[in-house]
Structures are given as structure tokens and as C-alpha cells.
Design a binder for this molecule. Structure first.
Ligand code: LHQ
Length: 257
């Protein structure tokens, strides 16, 4: 069985981390395969992407057995070849990426979820910046993402203490969008992903890009970038369709173009 399952239903791609007996911890094969599948999501027929885990866990981060394996990739390649390209692909993908956190998300597994555009979680799910417990620093973009989501102080404490945060607390802190009862997560996630996949995909991609620019821009620079991206959005067929549909009092049919 493949370590990454990939399925397309209508216009939504589902990427499932699939090493359930290892709590979906990443080995090299799985990290490279996930990059390959994220590249496949560039297909314009795919208009939203869901990332979730098989079995009880979302993802326990790096497979720690591989780190000590003399035939493994070696510490010096793990970030540059596995996690950095993976989270970069999620950030650059020109469509919404939804993390559906079905269980524990630890280490790189937590930070991969947190770099997605929308994070949904089961009530029983949890997030752990597990790195400090084994003498590492948080990676996969977590030192950038987490303080911006929940503030420096909370991020710093969670990263140093490596404490487990339950899904409801994570929602309260601003780490994620919504928590659902365990038995409703999958259905609610499909509804949200399907809604997004019917929306103006170019406009959503520009929203994702301009939000990322705000990390480094001044307010004035951000206003300029909003102007540039708004003009791009206004040139899309979906903008024309959205306005026409509103004026004609009908449901718009967006094509993602
Ligand atoms: C695992 C793992 C795992 C292998 C659970 N590996 N088997 C970047 C740079 C370079 C190198 C290192 O890594 C990184 C990025 C990182 O992600 S560093 C952080 C790596 N991850 C961790 O340190 C988390 C380790 N795991 C845990 O702390 C716990 O397993 C959690 C909190 C995730 C779940 O706890 P429990 O619910 O009590 O489950 P469990 O510990 O019993 O685990 C279930 C099974 O999954 C178990 O297998 P077994 O055969 O004994 O039933 C674990 O060995 C396996 N597993 N995480 N990362």
C-alpha cells in the first residue's frame, strides 16, 4: 500500500498520509511522494486540495527510526529535500489547501497542517511542537507560522515546553479555523472543500498570495499589492460571471478561470 493515497472527486484532490501504524510519520519515500502529488494538484481541473491522515493520527512528523538508520537520508538532507519543498509547495499552490486534522499532529506533522490555508480538526485531535523533547528546533515553517497565528508568547512557550494542545484549545488560540465532532469531521471537510472548489479559484489564489505578502510588507506596500492583485482578479472570467450572476439574480457558475 502506498504511503500517500491520492484521489480526485469532482474538483477536489484528497491527499491521505498513509502509514497508520507509524501514526503517519514521514520517511523519505513518503515525503518525496507527497511533493509529487502536490505537483499533480497544479492541474487546473483540481480546484481545492484536502490533506488528511489515515487511521488514528494526522501525522507524527519525522519517522524517528529513519533518522538513526545508517541507510537513511541523513540529517543534512531532511529539511532541504523533504519538509522545506513540501511546505513551499503547499504555500505556492494556486488553490486552497485544507488540512483535515483527524488525530494527533506532532512535530513537522503539526507545522505542515498549520501552513495550510484552512485548518479543520476533530474534537479529539491535538497539536504538539514535539521538537524540543528530542533536542531539535521547530521546523517546516513553524517558527514563521505559529507566532503569526497565536502570538509570540504562546508560540514560544508551546515550542519550548512541547505541550500537547487539544483541538478546542487550538481553535480558541487561533491556531485553526474550526473543530467538529470526530464523526462529522470528514463530511464537514468535504462540504467546505466542495464549496471552495466551486468558487472563483483565481481570486482565491490571489487572496492566498496577497495574504502571504503581508508578512513582510508595510501597510503602504500592502495597499499597492492589493491594487495589483485586485486588477488581476478583475480580469478573470469568474469576476465577469460573478457580477453578471448577481445582476441577473442567478447562481454563478464559476470555472476557475
Ligand atoms: C512513530 C512516531 C515517529 C516513528 C509515533 N516516528 N514512529 C526534522 C529534522 C530532522 C530530523 C527529525 O525530524 C524533523 C522533523 C520532526 O518532525 S521532529 C519531531 C518528530 N516527531 C516526534 O518527536 C513525535 C514522536 N511521537 C510522539 O511523541 C507520540 O508518538 C505522539 C505524541 C505523536 C502520539 O503518542 P501516543 O498517542 O501515545 O502514541 P504512541 O507513542 O504509542 O505511537 C503510536 C505508534 O506510532 C507507535 O508505534 P508502536 O509500534 O510502538 O505501536 C510509535 O512508535 C509510532 N510513532 N510517532 N515520529
Amino acid at each position: 500500500m502506498s504511503s500517500i493515497l491520492f484521489e480526485i472527486k469532482k474538483s477536489v484532490a484528497f491527499i491521505t498520509l498513509n502509514r497508520p501504524e507509524k501514526f503517519n510519520a514521514f520517511n523519505r519515500e513518503m515525503a518525496l511522494l507527497m511533493q509529487f502529488k502536490l505537483d499533480a494538484c497544479a492541474d487546473p481541473a483540481i480546484r481545492a486540495v484536502v490533506i488528511t491522515g489515515a487511521g488514528k493520527a494526522f501525522c507524527a512528523g519525522q519517522d524517528l527510526a529513519e533518522v538513526t538508520d545508517p541507510h537513511g537520508p541523513g540529517m543534512e538532507r531532511i529539511l532541504s529535500e523533504h519538509y522545506n519543498p513540501l511546505v513551499t509547495r503547499i504555500r505556492k499552490l494556486e488553490k486552497p489547501v485544507i488540512a483535515v486534522v483527524n488525530g494527533v499532529a506532532a512535530g513537522a506533522g503539526a507545522n505542515i497542517a498549520l501552513c495550510c490555508d484552512i485548518v479543520l480538526a476533530a474534537r479529539s485531535a491535538s497539536f504538539i511542537q514535539a521538537f524540543s523533547k528530542i533536542g531539535l528546533i521547530p521546523d517546516s515553517g513553524g517558527t514563521h507560522t505559529l507566532p503569526r497565528l497565536i502570538g509570540w508568547q504562546k508560540a514560544s512557550a508551546l515550542m519550548m515546553l512541547g505541550e500537547k494542545v487539544g483541538a478546542e484549545e487550538a481553535e480558541r488560540l487561533g491556531m485553526l479555523y474550526k473543530v467538529f465532532p470526530d464523526d462529522q469531521l470528514s463530511g464537514e471537510a468535504i462540504k467546505i472543500a466542495t464549496t471552495l472548489s466551486d468558487m472563483p479559484t483565481r481570486g482565491l489564489a490571489y487572496t492566498k498570495q496577497v495574504l502571504q505578502l503581508s508578512y513582510t510588507n508595510t501597510f503602504d506596500e500592502q495597499l499597492q499589492d492589493e491594487d495589483v492583485f485586485q486588477q488581476r482578479a478583475a480580469r478573470t472570467a469568474d469576476f465577469k460571471e460573478g457580477v453578471s450572476a448577481f445582476l441577473e439574480k442567478r447562481t454563478p457558475q464559476f470555472k476557475g478561470e
